[in-house]
Ligand binder design. Sequence first.
Ligand code: HEC
Length: 253
Amino acid sequence: MSTEPKDKAKFDGAPATPPNDSWHRRLMEGRAGLFALMTTVGVSIGGIVEIIPMYSIAAGPEQMAEVTPYSPLEVAGRDIYSREGCVQCHSQMVRPFRAETMRYGTWSRAGEYTFDRPFLLGSRRIGPDLHRIGGKYPNAWHYEHMRDPRSTSAGSIMPPYSWLHKDTYTVADVTASVVALQTLGVPYTDEEVANVGASIKAQADAIVADLATAGIHTEPDKEIIALTAYLQRLGRDGSAAVKAREAAAPTPL
Ligand code: HEC
């Protein structure tokens, strides 16, 4: 059987490469400098169209008045969360799918992240999403879970973080973090910055007192107290805001 193409005659004598004299070849691709300039203009228009609207809105696409900045103790807990790399295994974003909302609660809105600097959205879930963890468990549960995850969750592959129960945070470090956030535009007043110590004490003492009712005795300056405060705050403002809005105008989800 012949392997020659049926219309071989058509290919005979055809040039090896297509002709180089098309108008765009001559006027554009053939002129490297001009072509680079035109590409830059083209890409810039795309960039401007995407970037300008972002800067023309003060605090992101959707603002929620109910979402307020983290308290100093929660800022300390958030720093610990970042330091320990919890974001490697936990996301903080409930997606608008029924399987997620049934498990975690209402889906995350953009306005809930107004004071998250940097974002800790996460990109994979080796453990569950934590965006609505606030209020799901008592403080004592977090204390025990962080000390030994398998003590509360049978078969858990989460590593223990038992040093959080011994190591302490300092008011000076937390104040530095709060000042840094203030510099980035989080609306802490100077008075709040001056009172970081008192604010931490009030919130940490309350958690310590609550743990004591469960038979756990610890001190307010332990890192676990700050981390617990942060976890208990996660998603709470957002959930309340969403509930209020849904009561006013129910959404289909
Ligand atoms: C190696 C991955 C991994 C890392 C790192 C990790 N976790 Fe987990 N986490 C898990 C897994 C798996 C679970 C589910 C089992 C369980 O409850 O322990 C979980 C569960 C949790 C839960 C309970 C969630 C729920 O809804 O029941 C909390 C809270 C939590 N982790 C917080 C943290 C914090 C805070 C850190 C960082 C200090 C952290 N995790 C680091 C894997 C991880």
